[in-house]
Design a binder for this molecule. Structure first.
Ligand SMILES: [Zn+2]
Ligand SMILES: [Zn+2]
Length: 268
């Protein structure tokens, strides 16, 4: 039987990042399900979120969600937004949940949140950089605008016991070292080393592993969790890379696994 008695948790419904790992489902791509201060919410519902939530052990019930946050409109973060709204609102029958998303995910010739669902949720909130939002019993802040080619913001959740921050997709920028100071830090690490840049004409707007070392050393969280792995990072074994980081920094660093659930209270 599946039981989790922890009050505050972070559940990784998926840990895939970048196109190949997502489209081949080398890792699942379901985003992150948070339970903090008694509030359940979902961040970045990529492809497979609904399937992975219902298959989780214990099951994650979409009708328990109070909201869905979207860091940016890329498919690996937003694909299941509409179906999760349908599931959260029990087919639109119960007006429920708050949606937070960047402006270009809503007002665009290709909006990723279907208009027929707008009336089924309690509120739709456009994210702006460096803002503070009140959401149920939680406060969260948005990061400075990320450098990722589309409007992208990371999040910092402030609970009564501590802070949890999530660095979503972005090219490294200096200001992140101050904004992302938190007790628990989740970092999207698509790329392992700079060598893959040689094969790409387009600039890769993601965090590379050497930059993660700098971030962890500067932020010094109680726990750092790596996720959103691209092919290059997977081939290097994320567990090995996390252990390398722990040795180098003295900070507990773990690599997320599909379905992994973290007991937040143990670290705050
Ligand atoms: Zn991504
Ligand atoms: Zn992206």
């Amino acid at each position: 039987m599946c039981v989790n008695s922890a009050k505050s948790t972070i559940k990784f419904l998926g840990t895939a990042g970048a196109r190949f790992v997502v489209t081949k489902q080398l890792r699942a791509s379901g985003g992150i399900w948070f339970t903090l201060e008694g509030t359940e919410f979902l961040v970045d519902p990529g492809p497979g979120t609904l399937v992975n939530a219902l298959a989780a052990c214990p099951k994650k019930n979409p009708a328990n969600l109070s909201g869905i946050l979207l860091s940016h409109r890329h498919l690996d973060h937003s694909n299941d937004l509409n179906i999760m709204v349908e599931a959260m609102t029990e087919g639109g029958r119960v007006k429920r949940g708050e949606i937070f998303l960047p402006e270009d995910a809503l007002n665009n010739k290709d909006p990723i949140f279907f208009s027929y669902l707008h009336k089924t949720v309690k509120s739709i909130n456009v994210l702006h950089e460096k803002h503070t939002y009140q959401f149920q019993n939680l406060t969260f802040e948005t990061s400075p605008l990320h450098d990722h080619g589309t409007k992208t913001y990371g999040f910092k959740f402030i609970t009564s016991s501590g802070t949890i921050a999530h660095i979503t997709d972005t090219k490294y920028f200096e200001e992140m070292l101050t904004f992302y100071k938190a007790d628990i830090l989740i970092i999207n690490v698509v790329c392992c080393d700079y060598s893959i840049k040689k094969n790409n004409i387009e600039e890769i707007k993601h965090i590379f592993f050497p930059e993660v070392i700098k971030i962890v050393e500067e932020v010094r969280p109680k726990l750092a969790i790596l996720t959103h792995f691209g092919l290059n990072m997977l081939s290097e074994n994320p567990n090995k890379k996390a252990a390398e980081l722990t040795k180098k920094t003295g900070i507990t660093v773990i690599a997320a696994e599909d379905g992994m659930e973290i007991n937040v209270d143990a670290y705050l």
